[in-house]
Design a binder for this molecule. Structure first.
Ligand SMILES: NC(=O)c1ccc[n+]([C@@H]2O[C@H](COP(=O)([O-])OP(=O)(O)OC[C@H]3O[C@@H](n4cnc5c(N)ncnc54)[C@H](OP(=O)(O)O)[C@@H]3O)[C@@H](O)[C@H]2O)c1
Length: 379
């Protein structure tokens, strides 16, 4: 080997020696840290990763300090990179898309199911005891399987597990969440409706026989097969359409949850509308006040109830709101407005259907289930 003679060569040699040792030293410090982080990480799988909700879940969870994404599953596109579906996902080393059946269950703690209705129940049956299921479909939302079969038109394959699952909108179920293995996330419309209505019903402040709800949603609410699902709508990108009139699946879920709170049967009138924008829900709720209540009192009731619920914010009293304030966030914004009739009020609630109405609330549930900061990954 050629001897190093010049001062410059000797200096470089010394520098390289220092650099090598520094790198080794640095690795010795950093490897245990990485191993510790991996040990503490919550290994998760996302089923339905290539869908609208699945992609939002990925975007939240790659920012989440305590989570490691171990599996991204779908039906098609096996072996492809998730970046093919959303170029904004830049993180390297994400797993390639795989089949659900290739999951090694002993490697994960939680599986999110963002699948079409009827699919999560198949996974629930196979679930080992160490894994929690956080479902974003309708499979575990209705406590009575007969109602599920009626409204969804699908046979329920694991009726017993419905009883063992928790319907969980975090703001109302925080304490129970850690005790459940199957956590069922509410639908997007029911989320926007329950957040303002439940506090009011708890106080018996309105006539439960006269609740009318008019909701509007961007078209991402239908998932990626929008055109197939709404083939009956002409000129989708330029028209506003009422759909599911008098028979939308979410009606059953809204009635169920409001009835549980009121302890009296509630049947709301609920009409959803599809509007020509990508994301966001705005629900307008018409209510008749019980004796002794005013719009201002209702405002104070909701505000007080949600005072410790970080992701629920109140607009100023009697001021209207739009979806713009909550898009791309996990927040729900609520407005209470007077009407021209003394005993009637209008409550308006708005969320991002893909976040607070789906992926964000699922992560909020996961955080509480895993006893980590409820806001982690969501800001
Ligand atoms: N969109 C919303 O605003 C929203 C809000 C709340 C709740 N949800 C609920 O969340 C769920 C997902 O909604 P989405 O809008 O994300 O639907 P989507 O865009 O149609 O995505 C569905 C996902 O499921 C996968 N998939 C379908 N069948 C499968 C199977 N048999 N095995 C494995 N993967 C399968 C699809 O992958 P392939 O393409 O490979 O089949 C795709 O990744 C639905 O239950 C929906 O009701 C949606």
């Amino acid at each position: 080997m050629k001897e190093k003679n010049t001062a410059a060569e000797k200096q470089e040699e010394a520098f390289n020696f220092q650099k090598d040792n520094y790198s080794k030293h640095y690795l010795l410090i950093i490897i245990p840290d990485i191993l510790n982080i991996m040990k503490d990480s919550l290994n998760i799988a996302i089923a339905g990763a290539t869908g609208y909700v699945g992609l939002e879940l990925i975007k939240i969870l790659i920012k989440h300090k305590k989570v490691r994404i171990s599996y991204l599953c779908a039906q098609k596109s096996i072996g492809k990179s998730i970046n093919t579906f959303d170029k904004s996902i830049k993180k390297k080393n994400l797993p390639k898309i795989s089949k659900i059946k290739s999951i090694n269950w002993s490697n994960i703690k939680i599986i999110f199911t963002a699948l079409p209705n009827g699919e999560a129940q198949k996974i629930a049956k196979l679930l080992p005891s160490n894994v929690k299921l956080i479902d974003l479909s309708g499979d575990f939302r209705l406590q009575n399987y007969k109602l599920y079969e009626k409204w969804y038109g699908i046979k329920h394959g694991c009726k017993k597990l419905i009883k063992e699952s928790l319907y969980s909108l975090t703001e109302f179920s925080r304490k129970q969440i850690p005790n459940y293995k199957i956590i069922s996330c509410p639908g997007c419309y029911p989320t926007s409706i329950q957040l303002p209505l439940i506090p009011i019903l708890k106080k018996k402040a309105v006539n439960i026989n006269n609740i009318i709800i008019d909701s509007k949603s961007g078209h991402s609410g239908a998932g990626k097969n929008l055109k197939k699902k709404y083939s009956f709508v002409k000129n989708l990108s330029k028209s506003v359409s009422a759909y599911g009139v008098g028979k939308h699946k979410h009606t059953a879920e809204i009635d169920q949850q409001l009835t549980l709170v009121a302890k009296k049967e509630i049947n709301v009138i609920f009409t959803p509308h599809l509007i020509p924008m990508y994301r966001g829900i705005l629900s307008t709720i018409y209510l008749e006040l019980s004796k002794g209540y005013t719009a201002k009192k209702i405002y104070q009731i909701i505000k007080k109830y949600h005072k410790n619920n970080f992701f629920v914010k109140m607009a100023k009293f009697n001021k209207s709101i739009g979806t713009g304030n909550v898009i791309n966030t996990n927040f729900c914004e609520i407005a209470v407005c007077k009407s021209s009739k003394k005993n009637k009020i209008i409550v308006i609630s708005t969320i991002d259907n893909l976040i607070k109405g789906a992926s964000g609330q699922a992560v909020q549930n996961m955080n509480v289930a895993s006893r980590i900061n409820e806001k982690m990954g969501l800001l």
